[in-house]
Design a protein around this ligand. Sequence first.
Ligand SMILES: [Zn+2]
Ligand SMILES: [Zn+2]
Length: 103
Amino acid sequence: MALELRPNCEYCDRDLPPADPDARICSYECTFCADCVETKLHNVCPNCGGGFVPRPIRPATEWRPGLSLAKRPASTKRVHLSYSPEDIAAQSERLKEIPPASR
Ligand SMILES: [Zn+2]
Ligand SMILES: [Zn+2]
């Protein structure tokens, strides 16, 4: 199983190509941009309530057989949040002061 490397921020819909250092993911791979994680979500995933880490960058070069961005391409299926901005803000407000390890 490899990360899907989803193509966009679920909140603002900006593109997050595989090598983008601004991509953030939660443990379920919910994917957002760094700006939304900091200013909108306050490190609270609106889907699962967990925190975020920078998404690792998959090598473009096939250093080992079968392992590269070309061999295991990024997902092209755009993902969008199913919650309202108000609901998301309430969730962030409720959880942002609790460290992810204690949620
Ligand atoms: Zn965003
Ligand atoms: Zn999540």
